[in-house]
Design a protein around this ligand. Structure first.
Ligand SMILES: [Zn+2]
Length: 287
């Protein structure tokens, strides 16, 4: 009886141990299963996007993107004089920002009436170290070219507007004829005006090249505006390719948004071509 009882106790203990072992095994199996099937924590916790990312993206090694490789800039050995006509206007601050990004200074042939309308932009042109220059008060051919007196009176009105906006006018005034000195509108008075400008010790400049932003008539292929401006720019610069000593006065209009859109590319391209950006008061013809 005693042995039988002992045997029964042993059986019960073995049964209990087996039960515990089975429970432990079941627990281990459940834990193993869970660890293999739980979603892994995403790199950016809380974002569900990483779950839907392709496997390749998740396993790709984390690398810092290499900086964009740009060709080293040549030492400038030629000069370009960027000029912006007909402003100031809403685009002018953007033009100034782009020029600043490339360390470029330019000459702004401003219209006095727009200086009155946007005095802060006119002041900003000067504040950022650019040259403010005169492009009449009205830009109205009939008024400007009514007589040499009328032209000089437009200049005086421009000086009043710029003094009001900027505090002063440049020591020596730089003038550009609206439409250029050879425009048919000025034909009868151009020589008289040139004489008066010379008497007043003012300087005047036309241009050697431009991006045609004011003359869409040349766009016979019907290209999108910016593409046409870029082609015109490249074509002009081709004229000076083999003439490194020729200083280039380039005409843009800050009133044309397409010019603003291509400006950064233009400045980058000019740097690659070895041009230094200068203002007209540094031009060989200034003195
Ligand atoms: Zn103009």
């Amino acid at each position: 009886m005693k042995n039988k009882g002992k045997q029964k106790q042993t059986d019960q203990r073995n049964y209990t141990l087996l039960l515990i072992l089975l429970l432990l095994l079941s627990y281990a199996a459940v834990m193993l299963y869970k660890s293999q099937n739980e979603p892994k924590p995403a790199a950016d916790a809380g974002s569900s996007e990483s779950v839907t990312q392709p496997a390749a993206a998740e396993t790709a090694p984390q690398t810092t993107p290499a900086p964009l490789q740009t060709a080293p800039l040549p030492v400038p050995d030629r000069e370009i004089y960027l000029t912006f006509d007909d402003g100031p206007c809403e685009n002018t601050p953007q033009v100034l920002d782009i020029l600043d990004q490339y360390g470029a200074k330019a000459t702004f042939f401003t219209v006095g009436a727009f200086v009155d309308r946007y005095p802060d932009y006119a002041a900003e042109i000067v504040k950022r170290g650019n040259l403010i220059a005169c492009h009449s008060y009205t830009h109205d051919f009939q008024k400007c070219y009514a007589s040499a007196d009328a032209f000089m009176s437009e200049i005086d009105q421009w000086k009043r507007a710029v003094t009001q906006a900027c505090g002063s006018v440049p020591e020596r005034l730089c003038v550009r004829f609206p439409g250029g000195s050879t425009t048919k509108h000025a034909a009868s008075v151009a020589d008289a005006i040139k004489g008066r400008l010379s008497d007043a010790d003012y300087r005047w400049f036309d241009w050697d090249a431009g991006d045609n932003d004011k003359w869409p008539k040349g766009n016979t292929a019907g290209l999108p505006a910016e593409e046409y401006y870029w082609q015109s720019y490249e074509k002009c610069m081709g004229w000076f390719k083999n003439d490194p000593d020729k200083p280039v006065v380039f005409l843009f209009h800050d009133t044309e948004i397409g010019t603003v859109h291509i400006l950064a590319d233009v400045l980058q391209d000019l740097q690659q071509r070895g041009y230094a950006f200068k203002m007209l008061d540094a031009h060989p013809d200034w003195n």
